[in-house]
Design a protein around this ligand. Structure first.
Ligand SMILES: [Ca+2]
Ligand SMILES: [Ca+2]
Ligand SMILES: [Ca+2]
Length: 546
């Protein structure tokens, strides 16, 4: 989700326009992008716009690379060991492109790129779309959208959660999360929200924040020796410190969809009633960040034990792959660590991500020059009528599935607004949402649209399924394959994404006909509670005692 007015602010503040000037045409397939990063005069503008460059050095040659950077007049601001990266700036008198050309002659240096800005995917609704306009409403027309159902229908009986806004969470119903809650409500894995941070004091999130057990809060010390002082709830890549407070609102909203506390009599309920949310602030309070910051955030997350990463962010379509290569490398390290990376397909109104990639989501494209990263899931959005949202990007090959994201709407005066057909979730105490955003619960909850909102539905689902005993042994690649294979095919998505399907958790409690039996557990007698979980509805699965 991205507010239209902030899109302009970000374009101005962070030089998105200058990055966009790098010559990439829609006709040029992603695979044909030159891998030698950004030669030519266009690069100059990109370096000047960002004021920073990322230098990737050969493993073990950090000192040599640092020395050479200094020799060329660069200022080494940060060293990021896990990625073999340096972040460099330069004084006015230094020509960045010239320094880069000289440095690339060094055997210690692999590549050099500008530190490109990344952001919440801006909403680009109908009327501005370059590709395949379908069902485009007139830009200023009031919404013709009528909700088929705004109630959660599948889980209203005994044991339904008591959260007051349950009946407004049409997205939970659309993915059959309410059916899954019949047997699965809790994710035991850590889910990292790579975003603007999380309001960890929010009434419906505080209990589901992951608490770093090895860090003593507020003592000014890095007790667990991970390089970050007092990182109890997560990491702030801008300060390098342990306070990931969200003052934008986007990250807190995504967090509530993954894991708003269930059955606490307050607000909403996430896909998981209970989960461990790790706040990784890679976007600032304007919703913008950079390649280097995102890399640091990803590496922090997997090192902190995150098994799912939710990334409702991205670069604009057609951004050269070479510009974001360090992010691919970081997601690859996360894959080795066993983590799944869920990313928004973007909101550029039917941009075809197969031909104009949106990174990092498009790193899951099988046509990537280095092959798809097996742990990346690219998420499109559907509206309340289970049709593709009027902003969502698509891609028959590179976008995997769709999840609830609402619809962009304008009132008769042409002003953007949100309503109950969008996604309701938690709001940070300090946020950037204007009066046109419909709210609930005295402002603590709000409705937002975007593939940003679709993404956390999938992240939450991966975490929930993975925590089931029968699936807990699966690898990241396998859990991704399982969830994609169980998605629900709909005609409306034909040709628009790889599965042509909507996320669906209906299989989770479907009984023993489908899912494999869990590993047989040999229990001592008397049987401890941990051995007694096997439901009577799974008679074919056996529990041994000894
Ligand atoms: Ca620490
Ligand atoms: Ca501490
Ligand atoms: Ca709640």
């Amino acid at each position: 989700m991205k507010l239209l007015h902030t899109a302009l602010v970000i374009a101005t503040l962070f030089g998105v326009g200058a990055i966009g000037a790098i010559p990439v045409t829609a006709a040029q397939p992603a695979a044909a992008q030159p891998e030698a990063p950004l030669p030519g005069p266009a690069a100059e503008a990109a370096y000047e716009a960002t004021g920073e460059m990322i230098v990737r050095y050969e493993a073990g040659k950090a000192d040599e690379a640092i020395a050479e950077c200094k020799e060329r007049g660069l200022v080494v601001k940060e060293v990021h060991g896990p990625g073999n990266l340096l972040l460099c700036g330069w004084p006015k008198e230094v020509k960045a492109v010239t320094a880069r050309t000289e440095l690339l002659k060094s055997k210690a240096i692999v590549y050099i790129i500008p530190n490109a800005p990344v952001s919440i995917p801006p909403l680009q609704p109908a009327g501005k779309a370059p590709l395949a306009p379908r069902e485009a409403p007139a830009a200023a027309a009031p919404p013709a959208l009528e909700a088929k159902s705004t109630s959660v229908s599948g889980y209203t009986g005994a044991g339904a959660p008591n959260d007051p806004f349950l009946n407004k969470l049409w997205g939970m119903s659309a993915i059959n999360a309410d059916k899954a809650w019949g047997c699965a409500r809790e994710a035991k894995v850590v889910v990292a929200v790579l975003d603007t941070g999380i309001d960890y004091n929010h009434e419906d999130l505080a209990a589901n924040m992951r608490r770093n057990p090895y860090e003593v809060p507020g003592d000014g010390l890095d007790n667990d020796g991970n390089g970050v002082v007092d990182d109890v709830f997560g990491f702030n890549t801008f300060t390098g410190g342990g306070d990931p407070m969200d003052r934008h609102g986007h990250g807190t909203h995504c967090a509530g969809t993954i894991g708003g506390v269930g059955n606490n009599g307050l607000g909403v309920v996430g896909v998981n009633w209970k989960v461990q949310l790790l706040a990784v602030k890679v976007l600032n309070d304007n919703g913008s960040g950079s390649t280097f910051g995102l890399v640091k955030g990803i590496d922090y997350a997997w090192r902190a034990g995150a098994k799912v990463m939710s990334a409702s962010l991205g670069w604009q379509p057609g951004t050269p792959r070479a510009l974001v290569l360090p992010v691919r490398e970081a997601i690859s390290r996360a894959e080795v660590a066993g983590a799944v990376f869920v990313a928004a397909a973007g909101n550029n109104y039917r941009n075809n991500n197969d031909t104009r990639p949106v990174y990092p989501a498009s790193f899951g494209d099988p046509s990537d020059p280095d092959g798809a990263l097996g742990n990346v899931i690219s998420v499109a959005a559907i509206n309340i009528n289970q049709q593709p949202s009027n902003f969502t990007n698509v891609g028959k090959r590179s976008v995997h599935l769709a999840a609830p994201g609402g619809e962009v709407k304008f009132d008769s005066a042409g002003a953007f607004f949100t309503d109950e057909t969008d996604i309701l979730s938690s709001v940070a105490a300090t946020n950037t949402f204007g009066p046109n955003f419909k709210r609930e619960g005295g402002g603590k909850y709000a409705y937002l649209p975007g593939t940003s909102m679709a993404t956390p539905h999938v992240s939450g689902a991966i975490a929930l399924v993975w925590s089931r005993p029968e699936y807990s042994g699966l690898s990241g690649r396998e859990i991704k394959g399982l969830v994609l294979s169980k998605a629900r095919r709909v005609d409306a998505l034909k040709g628009l994404c790889a599965t042509e399907a909507i996320l669906d958790l209906g299989f989770v409690c479907a009984g023993d006909a489908d899912p494999p039996c869990p590993p047989i557990i040999i229990c001592p007698v008397p049987c401890p509670p941990s051995c007694a979980w096997l439901p009577p509805s799974r008679p074919k699965c056996r529990l041994f005692r000894r």
